[in-house]
Design a binder for this molecule. Structure first.
Ligand code: UD1
Ligand code: MG
Length: 474
């Protein structure tokens, strides 16, 4: 796995020096009723990773003092998703027992933060597109006004439906946030919305939170009531209006999630075409994860999926229907139609498919070839070796320049355990050979068509029959 590089080191140092009082609080306890799902919303995937994974990466890139995550529904699963990104020791969890709203969620982290003279950046687990640069700008704005109790990140939306609206007073200053369901028609006409992302002074946030009530259409404790309470008690509340509405889009239902998915994919593929010199025959019908890399002059045909942190070299051709997951493909590899390559490594100049399957750490060395209906599992195929048709090679080590005949099977499983097959270099395995593992075939040996090999074959030997026996070569 490649390490995740969040930001350039020099940038990190700068942020650390400026923001040593920064704590981040991520809200991720809600079920997400609008997803109509048995899976909690923040675990739904965007670009192959849980929504919460995106938010955690962004949080980490700001190098905060502490990250707190509020969990509730399916808390253990959310906890593991968060720990995978941040590392168990770099995050603390607050449990919200019953989900009574975003204000109640923040309240769950009271014991960690209420006495801290900290700047708390509140993020939503379901707003995954927000960029670190935007958050840095929000924090800088918040800090530029010495006594600011709260700074709200807002944007103008052409269709603000569903979001909380920012209501300003006649001087254009912050007055209150009104939720869609509680808003009057006049308020609903406001296009400026609350992103759900805020900076607070920790002490002031938790003091005001005590006064939040649940007299609203949803009977919930809204975090969005806190800024107005602060303002009423004479505190400074700022609005930081951001230009890019796309960054604050939430994934509240599956339509919004699909919109975000399309946005991320398009961004990745466009970058690969413009910056990395990759050809996409039909960019709208290719799916490449943001964490993958593809080399110059590689051609990707329609309906190809590249997932995880796959690395594809230069000058490759990947035909339609192929899916590549967490794999390394070297330069000048040709992958024909409908192959599945997972957790595997493919060397320079290899040819694969159509309809081949590599999995479980399969390794194809330089110039080797795997043809149609061939499966490789936990198997190394040496330099220039070939398995061209209808073959299963599992738990096997194959040397160089060896030819595996059509229909060859490694019988690697005895019903309880898996066993190893070792095949040397310059070997000719006849069509339809069964290799009953554990078994070895020495360098330069051959097996006859249809042989069932139950005993080791010496180098240079020819075996034939069922069970296979030694025969002198003609
Ligand atoms: C919220 C804001 C809204 C804003 C929008 C931006 C409130 C009341 N409304 O609405 O003004 O425009 O975000 O995306 O805050 N959560 C909990 N516990 C709960 C409820 C929610 O942890 O009891 C978490 C959710 O998991 C989610 C986040 O808080 O990650 C936001 O909750 P959600 O229900 O999506 O709020 P919105 O309706 O989107
Ligand atoms: Mg939301």
């Amino acid at each position: 796995m490649r390490p995740i590089v969040f930001v350039a080191k020099s940038h990190l140092m700068e942020i650390r020096e400026e923001r040593n009082d920064l704590d981040i609080l991520i809200l991720a306890a809600g079920l997400g009723t609008r997803m109509r799902s048995d899976v909690v919303k923040v675990l739904h995937k965007l670009d192959g990773r849980p929504l919460i994974d995106h938010v955690c990466r962004t949080a980490a890139s700001l190098a905060p003092r502490n990250v707190y995550v509020v969990i509730g529904h399916q808390g253990d699963a959310v906890k593991s998703a968060v720990s995978r990104v941040l590392g168990e020791d770099n995050v603390r969890f607050a449990v919200q027992r019953s989900q009574n709203g975003t204000g109640d969620a923040v309240n769950a982290a009271r014991e960690f933060l209420e006495n801290e003279d900290a700047t708390v950046l509140v993020l939503s687990g379901d707003v995954p597109m927000i960029r670190p640069e935007t958050l840095s700008a929000l924090i800088a704005r918040h800090k530029s006004v010495g006594r600011a109790a709260c700074s709200i990140l807002s944007v103008d939306l052409a269709d603000p439906f569903g979001y909380g609206r920012i209501i300003r007073d006649i001087n254009g200053n912050f007055e209150k946030i009104v939720e869609q369901k509680d808003a009057t028609d006049l308020e609903r006409a406001v296009s400026e919305v609350n992103s759900g992302i805020y900076c607070f002074n920790a002490k002031k946030l938790f003091a005001a939170l005590k006064d939040v009530e649940n007299h609203n259409s949803q009977g919930e404790y809204y975090l969005t009531d806190v800024p107005a309470l602060l303002r009423t008690s004479g505190e400074t509340v700022l609005i930081y209006k951001h230009g890019d509405a796309g960054e604050i889009e939430g994934a509240n239902n599956r339509v919004q999630l699909a919109d975000l998915e399309r946005f991320v994919r398009t961004r990745t593929i466009t970058r690969m075409m413009l910056e990395d010199g990759v050809t996409f025959v039909d960019p709208k019908n290719a799916y490449v994860s943001e964490d993958s890399a593809v080399g110059r002059d590689t051609v990707i045909y329609p309906n190809v999926t590249i997932e995880g942190d796959s690395v594809i070299g230069k000058g490759c051709v990947i035909r339609s229907g192929t899916r590549i997951v967490n794999s390394n493909i070297a330069d000048d590899v040709e992958i024909l139609d409908n192959c599945l390559i997972a957790d595997s490594t493919v060397g320079e100049g290899c040819k694969i498919g159509p309809m081949a399957h590599l999995r479980g750490n399969a390794v194809m060395a330089e110039g080797s070839k795997v043809g149609n209906f061939v499966e490789l599992k936990k198997t190394t195929l040496g330099k220039g070796s070939k398995a061209n048709h209808l073959t299963y090679l599992g738990d096997a080590n194959i040397g160089e320049r060896t030819n595996i005949g059509a229909g060859t099977i490694t019988c690697n499983y005895d019903g309880k355990n898996k066993h190893q097959t070792n095949i040397g270099s310059d070997v000719k395995i006849g069509s339809d050979t069964m290799l009953v593992a554990p078994v070895s075939v020495g360098d330069g040996a051959s097996t006859g068509a249809g042989s069932v090999v139950t005993k080791d074959v010496e180098p240079g030997e020819l075996v034939v029959g069922v069970p296979a026996k030694k025969r002198t070569k003609a």
